[in-house]
Design a protein around this ligand. Structure first.
Ligand SMILES: [Fe+2]
Length: 193
């Protein structure tokens, strides 16, 4: 079943962002992408989406609502196994590759999608070759880059990680949902930590 309306919401949201890095990455990006017929794969962490809606930013609410609506059709993925950060981590984290080499919409140019973390989830320092943009859709999350202390970043904040810059994330008392984009690296890489 198609998830094109979710791609449309994703594109609509990004079209309103005017950060230079975002514009450099996406101006001229060909959004007319081929959709794969991916089998839906559930993830335990998607149970947090309903509560996440209560702490979404105003500008981010429509995209989060679309994610909730289409969650049951999505191929939820996990970069890690229980041997990495434990089973509790896997029960409270999952991401969707909406666009990318393995995503719902094919691209070798960028990978992009959405990720959900349950309340209090601690995602320790990790890094990868690709450059990365994060935009939290919800308030209350804590973010760290390049060894800096964790700091609260509101919904709609623009977070950019250079290649191989380590970064860490911790959800607050509410679920944390974020948009992510990768470019300029192996888009299939598992992050190091
Ligand atoms: Fe990352």
């Amino acid at each position: 079943m198609s998830v094109k309306p979710l791609l449309a919401a994703f594109r609509d949201y990004l079209s309103l962002r005017d950060e230079p890095v975002m514009r450099e990455w996406l101006d001229g990006f060909g959004w007319n992408l081929s959709e794969r017929n991916l089998v839906p794969k559930p993830a335990a962490a998607s149970r947090h989406l309903a509560a996440a809606g209560d702490c979404a930013g105003r500008a981010e609410a429509a995209l989060l609502a679309a994610l909730s609506e289409f969650s049951g059709r999505l191929n939820w993925m996990q970069m890690y196994t229980a041997e990495d950060f434990g089973q509790d981590f896997l029960d409270d984290y999952a991401h969707v590759e909406l666009i990318g080499p393995e995503g719902h919409f094919m691209s070798e140019e960028i990978a992009a999608g959405l990720v959900v973390y349950g309340p209090g989830l601690d995602y320790p320092d990790h890094w990868h070759v690709a450059e990365e943009i994060y935009i939290p859709l919800t308030h209350d999350g804590l973010w760290s880059a390049d060894g800096a202390p964790l700091a609260a970043r509101k919904a709609g904040s623009f977070i950019f990680h250079q290649s191989n810059m380590r970064h860490a994330i911790r959800a607050g008392s509410a679920p944390l949902v974020a948009l992510w984009v990768w470019r300029n690296g192996d888009l299939r890489q598992k992050a190091d930590y």
